[in-house]
Every structure is written in C-alpha cells, then in structure tokens.
Design a protein around this ligand. Structure first.
Ligand code: FES
Length: 166
C-alpha cells in the first residue's frame, strides 16, 4: 500500500482501502463496527497518521458523521492525528515516574533525538510524547518504545535504548 499525501479538498480513500472496507462490511453488522479496522487501513495508507482528510474520507465511506469518527480517533491512542516516528516512545510522567525522574528522561530524549515532544526525527525513526500512567509505577521511571516496556530508567539506559533502535 502506498503512502499518500493528504487531499484536504477532495477527501477520498485510495481504491485499495475502499476495496478492503467493502470486504470488511460483509463481515461486520454495522458501519460503526467496521470503523476501527477502517481507520487502521486509512492510517496505514496515509503513512501512519490520520490527517483531517483521511478522517473525513473514512466517515464518508462508512456514512458516519465526521464528529463520530473524530471522537473515536481522539479516544484511542492507536490513532494519530500528527505524523509519528517509526518508533513511538511514550514516557510516563504521572506521579511515581515524575518523582523518580521522568522530567530528566524527557530532557534526555529531547537532547538525544534533537526534536521536541510530538515531533518526528528528520530520518523518521523516532517520536516521543509524555503519557499517563502506564501501569508500571513500581519500576518508575519508565517508558514504552512501541510495545515494549523499559523500566527503572536512567539517562544512560535511555541513551542505550535509543542507540538500539534501527
Ligand atoms: S506513574 Fe509511571 S507507570 Fe505509573
């Protein structure tokens, strides 16, 4: 599936996404039920994120209100309204992690990656955001890289983790 530029004036889905959604609709009882997989398909087609045009196109394809689709996109962490890196880093900044150095972890990421929070490195490799509690408070401070937990972080361990990301 190719990566597309957003088409703000004419929000349409790529033909292969439309075809995949048509197939999905045969297996799901309602348009609402197809919405999550349809958004995944659109996000992949748009290169890993969902610009307004993609959201509008999915809404139009499924005959759903755009506001409803926005509600789903903003609710789930799996959908992105901004470009994200190939590796997505989430740093917990809730209380336990905050007390044990989450701010310093954020600073190390900023310094090592050379971009700010919610920005993508020029090579497209990484982006990072702060996040709510990720359920690993006893091993604070911690962060997730893609689906992996990294715990008891130190500035040096963060640097080592970053060096291992291809
Ligand atoms: S406060 Fe950081 S994982 Fe819970």
């Amino acid at each position: 599936m190719s990566v597309l530029e957003p088409q703000v004036d004419a929000p349409t889905l790529p033909a292969e996404v439309k075809a995949a959604i048509t197939e999905l609709r045969k297996r799901y009882p309602t348009a609402e039920a197809v919405l999550l997989p349809a958004l995944h398909l659109a996000q992949k087609a748009w290169g890993g994120w969902l610009p307004d045009a993609a959201i509008a196109a999915v809404a139009a394809e499924l005959g759903l209100p755009v506001t409803k689709v926005y509600g789903v996109v903003t609710f789930y962490d799996l959908y992105h309204q901004n470009p994200v890196g190939k590796h997505r880093i989430r740093v917990c900044t809730n209380l336990a992690c905050q007390l044990r150095g989450a701010e310093e972890i954020m600073e190390v990421l900023h310094a090592e990656l050379g971009v700010g929070e919610d920005e993508v490195t020029p090579d497209g490799r990484c982006s990072f955001v702060h996040f709510e509690c990720l359920g690993s408070c006893d091993t604070a401070p911690m962060m997730m890289v893609d689906d992996d937990y990294h715990e008891n972080l130190t500035p040096q361990s963060v640097r080592t983790i970053l060096q291992g990301l291809k």
